[in-house]
Design a protein around this ligand. Structure first.
Ligand code: NAD
Ligand code: DAU
Length: 350
C-alpha cells in the first residue's frame, strides 16, 4: 500500500509515546507509523497490543545512540517526518545516573537530527518535531507561569539534558534551515505510566498497603495533564503548527503534591472498598529530592488561541480513570514492576 506520509515516532513504547502511536495509527490510516524504541525498563510493547497488527504500523527495536543503525534506517526508510519522544524521563534517575540522560537525550537527539539532515534532500514537506518538557524553564515561585519566552533555566540533569536537546533542535533550524517544531509540556498522567512517577507509584503502593513517600513537605506544585490530551495536542501541532515555533502544553491544573495524593487516597479508598481515611495513613514524609523544583505552571494560551486546543478532562475524573485503569490492569503492573525494577525500588525506598 502507498502511504501519504511515513512518520518515525521514537519512544513509542513508553508512556506518552504509546498514546501518541495509538492516536496516529488509528486516526491516520493513510500514514505509515514506524515506532522506534530501545525497550528500556520504561518501554513496553504491551502498551500497544491493540495496534500492533494494524497495516500502517511497524516496530523497530533500536537505540537512538547507535549512530550507524540510525543513519542506515533513515536511508532505507526515507521518513517524511520524525516525532521524537525517546528519552530517559525520570528526574530521580537523572540524579543517580546522569550519563544515561546525556547519552540518550542529547547524543541520541543529535543522531536523529543528523540522520534527518543527511537523508532529506529537500526540506519541503518534512518535519522534525521534538517533544519536550516544561522543566527546561526551571522553577517558579508562588506566582507566575512559564510562557514560550521564559528563559531556559534547567536545574536537574534530566531537565538540563532536555534543554540541551531543545537548543540543538533550534540550532538545526537556524543553521541548516531544518523544519522543526518543539512542544514543552507539563506533568502527564494516565494509563501505561511506569510506576516510578508520582501517581502510578502511589496507586501501586496504596493497593499493596505500602508507605506513600512524599518528598520534603509535599508543598511542591505541578500542573497535571491527562496524557491523551497531550497526545491530541502533539497531533494538532504536527498538522497545524508553524515551522520553527515552540508551543507550551499544560492542563491549567495546579496541585501541591500532598493535596493531589490526598485526593487520590480518597478515590482509592472508595474503589478498593476501604473505609475513608485508610490510605492517607500510609503517607510518609521522606528526604527531599536534591534540587527539587518548587513549582511548574504553564501558560498554554498560544496553543489555545492559535490552534484552538484545550484540555478535555478535569483532574477528579482523570484521577479516577487512572486509578481504575491500574486496578483493572494488575498483570501489566505486576510485569513491569518485576525484575530489575525491584532492585531500583529497594535502593530508592528501602
Ligand atoms: P517514558 O520513560 O515512559 O518513555 C520513554 C521511551 O523511550 C521508552 O519506551 C524507552 O524504552 C524509550 N527509550 C529510552 N531510551 C532510548 C534510546 N536510547 N533509544 C530508543 N528508545 C529509548 O517517557 P514519557 O513519560 O512517555 O516521556 C516521553 C517524552 O515526553 C520524553 O521525551 C519526555 O522528556 C517528554 N515529556 C514527558 C512528560 C511526562 O510527564 N511524562 C511531560 C513532558 C514531556
Ligand atoms: O513537568 C514535566 C515532567 O514531569 C516530565 O518532563 C518528566 O519526564 C516527568 O517525570 C515529570 O517530572 P516530575 O519530577 O515532576 O515527576 P515525578 O512524578 O517524578 O514527581 C512529581 C512530583 O512528586 C515532584 O514534585 C516530586 C514528587 N514526588 C515524586 C515521587 C516519585 C514525591 O513526593 N514522591 C515520589 O515518590
Amino acid at each position: 500500500m502507498d502511504f501519504k506520509k511515513k512518520i518515525l515516532i521514537t519512544g513509542g513504547a513508553g508512556f506518552i509515546g504509546s498514546h501518541l502511536v495509538r492516536l496516529f495509527v488509528k486516526k491516520h490510516p493513510d500514514y505509515q507509523i514506524v515506532n522506534l524504541d530501545k525497550l528500556t525498563y520504561a518501554g513496553n510493547l504491551e502498551n500497544l497490543k491493540d495496534v500492533e497488527q494494524a497495516p500502517n504500523y511497524k516496530f523497530v527495536r533500536a537505540d537512538i545512540t547507535d549512530k550507524a543503525f540510525i543513519d542506515e534506517l533513515f536511508q532505507i526508510e526515507k521518513f517524511d517526518a520524525v516525532i521524537h519522544l525517546a528519552a530517559e524521563s525520570h528526574v530521580d534517575r537523572s540524579i543517580t545516573s546522569p550519563m544515561d540522560f546525556i547519552m540518550t537525550n542529547i547524543v541520541g537527539t543529535v543522531n536523529l537530527l543528523n540522520a534527518a539532515r543527511h537523508t532529506w534532500e529537500s526540506f519541503d514537506g518534512k518535519l522534525f518535531f521534538h517533544v519536550s518538557t516544561d522543566e527546561v524553564y526551571g522553577s517558579l515561585g508562588e506566582t507566575g507561569l512559564f510562557t514560550e519566552e521564559t528563559p531556559y533555566d534547567p536545574r536537574s540533569p534530566y531537565s538540563a539534558s532536555k534543554a540541551s536537546s531543545d537548543h540543538l533542535v533550534r540550532a538545526y533550524f537556524h543553521t541548516y534551515g531544518m523544519p522543526v517544531m518543539i512542544s514543552n509540556c507539563s506533568n502527564n498522567y494516565g494509563p501505561y505510566q511506569f510506576p516510578e512517577k508520582l501517581l502510578p507509584l502511589m496507586i501501586n503502593n496504596i493497593k499493596n498497603n505500602k508507605p506513600l513517600p512524599i518528598y520534603g513537605d509535599g508543598k511542591y506544585t505541578r500542573d497535571w495533564l491527562w496524557v491523551e490530551d497531550h497526545a491530541a495536542a502533539i497531533e494538532l501541532i504536527f498538522h497545524e503548527g508553524q515551522i520553527g515555533e515552540t508551543y507550551n502544553i499544560g492542563g491549567n491544573n495546579e496541585w501541591q503534591n500532598i493535596d493531589l495524593v490526598h485526593k487520590l487516597c480518597e478515590i482509592m479508598d472508595r474503589l478498593l472498598g476501604r473505609s475513608e481515611g485508610t490510605s492517607k495513613q500510609l503517607i510518609t514524609f521522606v528526604k527531599d529530592r536534591p534540587g527539587h523544583d518548587l513549582r511548574y505552571a504553564i501558560d498554554a494560551s498560544k496553543l489555545q488561541n492559535e490552534l484552538n486546543w484545550s484540555p478535555t478532562l478535569q483532574t477528579e475524573e482523570g484521577l479516577e480513570k487512572t486509578a481504575k485503569w491500574y486496578l483493572d490492569n494488575e498483570d501489566w503492573l505486576e510485569r513491569v514492576t518485576s525484575g530489575a525494577y525491584q532492585d531500583y525500588y529497594k535502593e530508592m525506598y528501602g
